[in-house]
Design a protein around this ligand. Sequence first.
Ligand code: UDP
Length: 238
Amino acid sequence: MASDLLGYKIYSKSMDHLIHEVMVSENKTHIISGNPEVLTSGLKEEELFNNFTDKNSIIIPDGIGIVISARLTKVPVEGKIPGIEVLDKILREFETKNKSVYLLGATEDTVTKAVAKLKKKYPTLIVAGYHNGFFDLNNCNDIIENIKASNAEAIFVAMGAPRQERFIIKYMDILPCKIFMGVGGSFDIIAGNLKRAPKWMISLGLEWLYRVSKEPFRIKRLGVIPKFIIKAVISNRK
Ligand code: UDP
């Protein structure tokens, strides 16, 4: 049985196990929503690859392309773990344990709306701070100081991949947070700007089709899914 997918170790246990592991870990953890797009960016950029394969990183199988690649190459995975559900579960845990979070990303309007929605859903959740995701990654001291001052234990970064991963990699060491996770378009969904695919489409692995139907510009990005699968299968045969 293969143990990795194109050099990546994919999280093989259940979502509940993941949440438990992350909550009790003494180390800083970077949770990566492993979909073909993110993992392909890692294959092209050494800094991303080194971080994705670091011992403090956990790649979750978030995307049907990864689940199919894993099955075809006999890499063990339990099934898809959607990043947005991991985010939701961590927030729920944080609410009950009085831990605080920082939300970074999306437009000012979206992140503000997302915070308001989260406060309704999790009334006692401590949102220690938030900021929009439109800034220069190499020149954002004020934001870094704001995150440090917030003392948040987790930071969720919704700036699309791989921008969000670049931010996390650049600042993970100097920020006091323990959990770092890039969550793509999740703030848009929480804010109510976008909807998640209906359950039947999610269960058939067709979330990508729903997203393309709502945001047709995504069609250009779909080619990465079959390319990743083919690459994984070929590499497994060598
Ligand atoms: N975004 C951002 N800063 C940028 C570009 C995008 O904060 O410089 C935000 C954008 O507003 C949206 C999210 O990133 O909320 C886009 O996520 P997308 O759905 O493209 O991410 P994916 O899930 O496809 O990685």
